[in-house]
Design a protein around this ligand. Structure first.
Ligand SMILES: Nc1ncnc2c1ncn2[C@@H]1O[C@H](COP(=O)(O)OP(=O)(O)OP(=O)(O)O)[C@@H](O)[C@H]1O
Length: 441
């Protein structure tokens, strides 16, 4: 088997040399052919490397078990022989940038032991990132390791103008580490994104609000915002919001309105439908909270207590009736993340320690979704936990101030609904904004 591979690789190298000799390597087609050959060669090399070194790596990492057996040999007498039991490498699959291993536990081994091996495996093969996820078959004894050998999301991407079609179910935020699109479900979900200062929370925030802009313009989504840092972040795209609260009292009032809407919808939907389906005139209510801690940790005691009570109620009743929350947190301390269990999906941007990662994503998650290892310069990069419990690394596209302003003026919320609180810094230069006094509905 190994000989076949070596001959195969030799053949590929010979072919590459032949291509170089016969055609001029400056022509685009020749360059493309060479690139293709290089990619095939690289994948073959990865495949070979993992196949050949798996057992020794597993043994050095303590995943294998050694048994010594005493056997009797004719003429030699009794002799001890060593036998290894290794976890079985069932499949090695390569792509242009990653290697996926399917591994089965050896007899007497716990699946958790194998899963905990992922960081050592990634370090041994110098992988840029890794993730562990359950195998489709025999998930009780088989695990999949995806090692990213060439990081596709290392370079940032800039967001484009949103798809003009009405979309309320999911939004496209960027890319997964596999290169596939990173879509975030909005309907039926409460989302919390946690990340240190400068980790790129803004690109998640505007990815959500900006991508929903065409739906906001036709009143299929009504976006409200709480921004107690003087409205600095949200007023950038003010026309997209029906209302922005910039003081603790306004925030409490807004939360009260949201709870009332959720209660009313629950009443209306009871007996008819279990889930609200948004559409023009019957919108999805979206509450965006920039810096949750400013409301639940640093505000006045009264505001804090009332806000926490209302938010907890909203998080427990809103989802099915089309009233959802997307909140952002910088400091995942206990009192802030007290509500973590009520959020149905979590995005962990760059965090400061493995302890914070465990706090945000759940106990024991730090080795599987190491958000504390995200580099400072990789803003917008985050770890998420998918529906099936597997983790994945993603990178949100960057939303520039200019793009936010352009999208906001292209798809403003229906003017008669918009109310900007008196204390808000007002409309931005160059933006058309109708202000009325009516308050939110
Ligand atoms: N997706 C991204 N890709 C590349 N660069 C980004 C991305 N998102 C943000 N940045 C860069 O990182 C900087 C900080 O981003 P951002 O303001 O969104 O961080 P933040 O987490 O909201 O910080 P804070 O909590 O302090 O407001 C931006 O000014 C921008 O230069």
């Amino acid at each position: 088997m190994n000989e076949t591979i070596i001959y195969g690789l030799g053949g590929l190298v010979a072919l590459a040399i032949a291509v170089l000799v016969v055609i001029k390597p400056t022509r685009p087609a020749a360059l493309a052919a060479l690139g293709w050959l290089a990619s095939i060669g690289r994948r073959a090399w990865w495949w070979l490397r993992f196949r050949l070194t798996w057992k020794s790596v597993a043994r050095e990492a303590g995943l294998s078990k050694r048994r010594t057996k005493r056997v009797k040999r004719m003429g030699v007498g009794e002799e001890s022989i060593e036998k290894w039991r290794d976890p079985r490498l069932k499949r090695v699959k390569t792509s242009a940038h990653s290697v996926t291993l399917k591994v089965r536990t050896r007899r007497g081994q716990a699946l958790a032991d194998l899963e905990a091996f992922a960081p050592k495996l990634a370090a041994t093969y110098s992988a840029d990132a890794y993730r562990v996820f359950p195998a489709k078959r025999r998930a009780g004894s088989t695990v999949m390791f995806e090692l990213v050998m060439r990081d596709l999301i290392k370079t940032p991407a800039v967001a484009a103008k949103p798809d003009p079609r009405m979309q309320t179910e999911t939004v496209r935020l960027g890319r997964r580490q596999s290169g596939k699109p990173f879509d975030l479900q909005i309907e039926q979900r409460h989302t919390v994104a946690v990340g240190a200062s400068g980790s790129g929370k803004g690109s998640i925030l505007w990815g959500v609000v900006g991508s929903l802009a065409p739906s906001i313009a036709v009143d299929a989504v009504r976006a409200y915002g709480i921004d107690l840092k003087g409205g600095m972040e949200l007023t950038m795209g003010a026309p997209l919001f029906t209302k922005i609260a910039v003081t603790g009292e306004q925030a409490v009032e807004m939360l009260r309105d949201f709870v009332a809407i959720a209660d009313q919808r629950t009443e209306e939907l009871r007996g008819h439908s279990r889930n609200h389906k948004p559409g023009p005139g019957d919108p999805l209510y979206l509450l965006v909270i920039d810096e949750l801690a400013s409301l639940t940790a640093y505000a006045d005691r009264e505001v804090k207590q009332e806000a926490e009570r209302l938010l907890k109620r909203l998080l427990s009743i809103g989802r099915a009736v089309g009233v959802v929350v997307v909140a952002f947190v910088q400091d995942p301390r206990k009192e802030v993340i007290d509500m973590r269990g009520l959020f149905t999906q979590t995005i962990a941007l760059r965090l400061r320690s493995a302890m914070e990662t465990n706090m945000v994503l759940g106990d024991g998650m730090a080795p599987f979704a190491p958000a504390h290892r995200i580099l400072k310069g990789a803003q917008g990069t985050a770890w998420i936990i998918d529906e099936d419990g597997s983790t994945d690394r993603v990178r949100a596209d960057y939303w520039s101030d200019d793009l936010i302003r352009r999208v906001a003026s292209l798809y403003p919320a229906e003017p008669e609904l918009v109310t900007i609180s008196d204390a808000a810094p007002g409309d931005l230069p160059g933006m058309q904004l109708s202000l009325t006094d009516g308050g939110s509905r």
